[in-house]
Design a protein around this ligand. Structure first.
Ligand code: GLN
Length: 308
């Protein structure tokens, strides 16, 4: 896979996505995200030779939301190693990403770090020995280093908007706390969680941030290779919530979605890919983003399940 073979495909994919009538529904449970134009589509890919190729709205910023859970997991694994898994499982979920029922049936141990309950526990683990401000600074520092870009911020208005309407997440935090699986005050942990979900990035920045998961960061491994393997496995099996089977079937590489419409997808050793289109499918995953990745992995035979 080199830039000459990829370049025309990106333009073709962009044109195909423009023609698609069905664009899905923009997430409206976070009021600040409800007014986003669903017609936007961007894609960017970082290749093993250091080149980056983009098409469409790849330099427009968007709210990465749950894609940020990959970065908090990376930091938490670095800090706790395998002890992290005492508090969070590694199994796909069967219900919606903010399900209280799923947490309740597991006695307060979230199924995996990518559903909301699991990500709230991850954030809680990062708050040990640090203030929310210090924790958010650590997350932003990690992301900027991964992206080789200091121009990355969290949008306080998106965080405030989610805080004002985040009753589901509040109920998850309180349930976790009742089960003894949340060390910090619910509001303190949620405030930190809402802020890291409110990271704003362009497709170009997100694709560069993902290089460390493909083993392609220019300064070598940012985290232990064993942790990279763990994260990619989790992205493959749980990165799209109860739509993860569908994503593996159609796209066939590790990916993590967010309700802002972004997806970070990884081809280990070969590429880091970011796509963005705000309209979501019934699982809360980007509709056109998934379709674009399915087309790309099909054309370049990138699915890990492909034999030809
Ligand atoms: N901040 C969002 C929430 O907690 C993240 C969910 C998502 O992107 N799937 O609901």
């Amino acid at each position: 896979m080199d830039s000459q073979s990829v370049r025309p495909l990106l333009d073709d994919i962009c044109a195909a996505m423009e023609q698609r009538e069905d664009r899905g529904r923009v997430a409206d449970y976070i009021p600040e995200l409800a007014g986003i134009d669903p017609d936007q589509f961007g894609i960017s890919i970082c290749l093993a030779d250091g080149q980056q190729l983009s098409a469409g709205d790849a330099t427009t910023g968007f709210s990465v939301q749950s894609v940020s859970k990959v970065f908090t997991l990376a930091i938490a694994l670095g800090r706790y190693g395998s002890r992290f898994w005492d508090r969070v499982g590694r199994e796909p979920s069967t219900l919606v990403f903010n399900s209280v029922q799923e947490l309740e049936t597991r006695d307060g141990i979230p199924p995996n770090p990518f559903v909301n309950s699991g990500a709230i526990v991850t954030t809680d683990s990062l708050l040990v020995g640090a203030t929310p401000k210090e924790t958010l600074a650590e997350i932003i520092q990690f992301v900027r280093q991964a992206a080789s870009d200091d121009d990355i911020y969290m949008d306080p208005e998106v965080a405030a908007s989610e805080n004002a309407s985040g009753h589901r997440n509040r109920s998850l935090a309180h349930f976790l706390r009742a089960c003894g699986n949340l060390r910090h005050d619910c509001d303190l942990t949620l405030g930190t969680y809402f802020h890291h979900c409110a990271l704003e990035m362009t497709c170009e920045q997100l694709a560069r941030t993902g290089r460390f998961l493909a083993g392609l960061h220019p300064s070598g491994h940012l985290i232990q290779p064993g942790h990279i393997r763990s994260i990619n496995a989790l992205m493959m099996t749980c990165g799209h919530y109860n739509g993860s089977g569908e994503f593996a079937y159609r796209v066939g590489i590790p990916g993590k979605s967010g309700v802002g419409g972004g997806i970070l997808a990884i081809v280990p050793r070969r590429a880091s890919i970011a796509v963005w289109s705000p309209g979501l499918d019934q699982f809360g995953n980007s509709l056109r983003g998934t379709a674009a990745l399915a087309k790309l992995t099909h054309l370049l035979r990138l699915s890990v399940f492909s034999v030809s």
